[in-house]
Design a protein around this ligand. Structure first.
Ligand SMILES: Nc1ncnc2c1ncn2[C@@H]1O[C@H](COP(=O)(O)OP(=O)(O)OP(=O)(O)O)[C@@H](O)[C@H]1O
Ligand SMILES: C=C(C)CCOP(=O)(O)O
Length: 244
């Protein structure tokens, strides 16, 4: 039974302070993952104040590409730095996490369609590892390099691995309505379009609105929840907002 869990960059970093890890939040998430009884787990993390900061500085986003190698390496390098922090914390909790860097495993064609290698991820799971992927730069036909969101990685992996459970942890307890109450279920974008704002901090991949769109396109249920619900999600319970 394959479970895919995203650790939002807004949770594991202080998203309004460039390249600043939220070590306490990351440690709590690593401990919750270590304690969970999940047989095939894939973890994806977002960019937070690592990737988004450098991407915004360089003018690169999910749609606007760059070609200068120094800028590309600033974005990819920041994501590898964050990935190493997450790896180290998972290893400290005895989670057998191994890295997969999408910059070297994915591409977009001229229509923007993504191709992502996943055979290595499936074999890592078979061998008892926890593949750890992350939002990254992605080479994009006709654009140079654009940004690949961890949210899109989650849906690509969920489809390729026929995942049974998909959960995305963010700083908010779910998708919130105009009264800041958690919306239990979303089946169509139009239901929530008017309450979906931008991220609280720099974000080049569309924030919660893009996340909801991405998850609705998945064609199977996914949950968006806060850090307090990671344990219950990994225990098989519904958490936060169910999308799709
Ligand atoms: N209706 C809404 N409900 C919940 N959060 C919302 C809503 N509208 C906007 N947001 C904002 O969306 C943000 C969460 O989306 P964001 O993409 O930043 O999360 P993330 O996945 O943790 O980050 P990253 O993209 O760095 O991985 C929060 O800052 C929240 O304020
Ligand atoms: C900004 C970069 C490079 C990563 C974006 O991934 P996300 O934070 O999951 O949207």
């Amino acid at each position: 039974m394959v479970t895919i869990l995203k650790l939002g960059g807004s949770v594991i970093t202080e998203k309004d302070r460039p390249e600043t890890l939220d070590g306490e939040a990351l440690a709590a998430l690593a401990d919750a993952i270590a304690a969970a009884d999940v047989d095939e787990l894939v973890v994806v993390h977002g960019g937070g104040s690592f990737g988004h900061h450098h991407a915004a500085e360089r003018g690169v986003s999910a749609s606007d590409g760059i070609r200068d190698v120094e800028g590309i390496m600033a974005v990819h390098g920041a994501m590898k730095t964050l990935n190493q922090f997450v790896l180290s914390r998972l290893h400290a909790a005895d989670v057998p996490a191994v890295p997969v860097h999408p910059f070297s495993a994915a591409a977009r064609d001229g229509d923007g369609d993504l191709s992502l290698m996943t055979d290595q991820v499936a074999t890592m799971l078979d061998e008892g590892f926890v593949p750890l992927l992350h939002g990254d730069g992605v080479v994009h036909a006709g654009e140079g390099v654009t940004v690949l969101s961890g949210d899109e990685l989650v849906t690509e992996l969920a489809t390729a691995l026929d995942a049974d459970r998909v959960g995305l942890c963010s700083t908010v307890p779910g998708v919130l309505d105009a009264d800041d109450e958690v919306i239990p279920r979303i089946d169509a974008f139009g239901e929530v379009a008017d309450v979906l704002g931008v991220s609280d901090s720099t974000d080049v991949t569309g924030g919660m609105a893009a996340k909801v769109r991405e998850l609705l396109d998945l064609g199977s249920p996914a949950c968006v929840f806060g850090p307090d619900d990671v344990k219950s999600f990994l225990a098989g319970e519904e958490a936060g907002t169910r999308i799709g």
